[in-house]
Design a protein around this ligand. Structure first.
Ligand code: NAP
Length: 251
């Protein structure tokens, strides 16, 4: 049996288990299983790995995407640059475990953004400064797009507050990415506090949220003529990239 899974806490609304169970069924991968492992602390990880000796890899979600770094033997360059890991590959050599970390959120974001970059974009606003914002910023930097973070507590030179997001800021930043949980089910009437009246047909609004498929943030952007993208394709692509890593003998 080939086992995979997800660590995080809590895991009640996890997408990954459902996604991989459907994939195994569709592709007739009868020897594969994907399980949720809710860990109240990362100190429970060594015991889990000992217990689940058939585990080949796992995904990592909130609150461990950054905390997992200290438990890894190695990280690929991309996850090192981002400073967060959402995929771990497990190798075993004569009973000794080797854990390597990757960040597939950045791949998912990059590949789902790419079809929308037919119109050149130079400046982006990233709403939120959590783990996902770091993967987003790393991708945008590699694409040569300048980023400004919008935070409730702006502390760095490239951070501004929501009250600083005004007409001139939106005039320059044609890409706005919501990496906050605002507007996520069940709080679907909420949206980030930005002046939507300055959004135009030149703007592209990307919401990492996938439930609901159209958040209030996207609805309000669309009303102003902007192009909009939700987080569903990103989610699917990051999961497929993790699968590729777990099953690539060269990784
Ligand atoms: P996180 O580490 O908890 O960070 C979210 C950030 O949003 C926080 O650091 C905070 O930034 C801001 N924030 C949180 N609550 C807020 C509130 N009530 N009002 C305003 N700002 C708030 O979470 P994450 O891992 O980065 O994930 C963020 C979102 O992206 C989640 O909804 C997650 O489901 C989604 N996501 C989607 C995908 C995908 O594949 N589609 C992948 C990863 C994540 P400040 O403190 O600076 O304001």
């Amino acid at each position: 049996m080939k086992r995979y899974g997800l660590i995080g806490y809590p895991l009640s609304h996890s997408f990954s288990k459902q996604y991989f169970e459907e994939k195994f069924k569709k592709e007739n991968l009868t020897d594969c299983r994907y399980e949720n492992f809710p860990l109240q602390s990362l100190d429970e990880l060594p015991g889990l790995l000992e217990d689940k000796y058939e585990l080949r890899g796992f995904n990592v979600t909130i609150p461990y995407k950054e905390k997992i770094l200290s438990r890894l033997d190695h990280m690929d360059e991309n996850s090192h640059d981002i400073g967060a890991v959402n995929t771990v590959k497990i190798s075993r050599n004569q009973g000794k475990l080797f854990l390597k970390g990757y960040n597939t959120d950045s791949h998912g974001f990059y590949a789902s953004l790419l079809p929308f970059l037919n119109k050149p974009i130079t400046d982006a606003l990233i709403l939120g400064t959590g783990g996902a914002s770091k993967a987003v910023a790393c991708v945008l930097k590699k694409l040569g797009i300048s980023c400004l973070f919008v935070s409730r507590h702006p502390v760095k030179s490239d951070h501004i507050s929501y009250s600083d997001v005004c007409g001139p800021v939106l005039y320059h930043s044609h890409l706005i990415i919501n990496t906050t949980p605002i507007g996520m089910y069940p709080d679907t009437e909420a949206c980030p506090d930005i002046p939507y009246e300055f959004i135009t047909a030149k703007h592209l609004l990307f919401d990492l949220i996938y439930n609901p498929s159209e958040t209030k943030f996207l609805v309000r952007g669309k009303e102003m003529g902007a192009r909009v993208v939700n987080g569903m394709e990103m989610l699917r692509l990051q999961a497929e990239k993790a699968w590729e890593i777990w099953n690539d003998d060269q990784e």
